[in-house]
Design a protein around this ligand. Structure first.
Ligand code: MG
Length: 245
């Protein structure tokens, strides 16, 4: 899973660099398909419950599960969420990032920073003996203290040979909730944070979730290994390291 995580992270970062105004979200999907195949891996999302894309690409008020389309051009000032899942030698890696394409309003930058810090705070709680709820609570408390809101409809999850394993890892809840974490468990922590209200709805494509108020959303995700000691991020960026306190 270290290898599948590292691959997912590398592809996530390559795709973030690939983004530019004028290309379509299908172009990004095709690049994901190419990079995944080049590595001898498979998309963990393609065909999952019928999902048609090789990655999820969601823009602005789209929260998660957007599908690459030849009709959707990326524009300057878009906030693009890339969610990459790969299967390498039977094991999965799953990671997401939020990329502003060019300058975005200051409150959008705030949203992205809050979401990234919420993930860091969640990861810091991911220790053997802690309950999943401690992660959930840390994420929610921080996000709401910053004036943003937490999406309830989608949650993080265990990861292994399947995409969604136990336990669920909500981004909201009480510290005493959920199962206890044990060394060797691998979980995906993935806050989905809205600038406005928490409500989302799913578009008629049956996949793309959007905010009800039309305000932007951000999403970041790491695959994390629970150890006897500090949590190990299996999807680290080669460009920056996340500090674990
Ligand atoms: Mg995930």
């Amino acid at each position: 899973m270290r290898r599948s995580g590292a691959l997912a992270a590398q592809i996530r970062d390559r795709l973030a660099d690939f983004l530019e105004p004028g290309i379509t979200t299908l172009d990004v999907d095709r690049e994901a398909e190419r990079l995944i195949a080049q590595a001898g891996a498979k998309s963990a999302f393609k065909g999952y419950k019928g999902f048609p894309g090789h990655l999820c690409i969601s823009i602005n008020e789209e929260v998660v599960h957007g599908i690459g389309s030849p009709r959707r051009k990326i524009q300057l000032g878009d906030l693009v969420k890339l969610d990459v899942g790969v299967v390498l030698e039977g094991w999965l890696g799953d990671t997401a990032t939020t990329v502003p394409v060019g300058p975005v309003p200051p409150e959008w930058d705030h949203l992205v920073r809050v979401t990234e810090e919420a993930l860091e705070r969640g990861i810091a709680e991911a220790r053997a003996g802690a309950r999943v709820g401690q992660i959930s609570h840390a994420v929610q408390k921080f996000v709401e203290s910053q004036g943003c809101s937490i999406v309830r409809e989608f949650v993080g999850h265990g990861l292994g040979r399947k995409l969604h394993e136990e336990p669920q890892v909500p981004n909201f809840g009480r510290p005493k909730d959920g199962p206890k974490l044990r060394p060797g468990m691998v979980i995906c922590i993935e806050p989905m944070v809205n600038l406005g209200g928490p409500s989302v709805r799913v578009l008629s494509d049956k996949w793309t979730a959007v905010t009800v108020d039309g305000l932007p959303s951000a999403h970041v995700e790491h695959t994390v290994l629970i150890t006897e000691d500090a949590p190990e991020i299996l999807t680290p960026s080669s460009r920056a390291t996340i500090a674990i306190s």
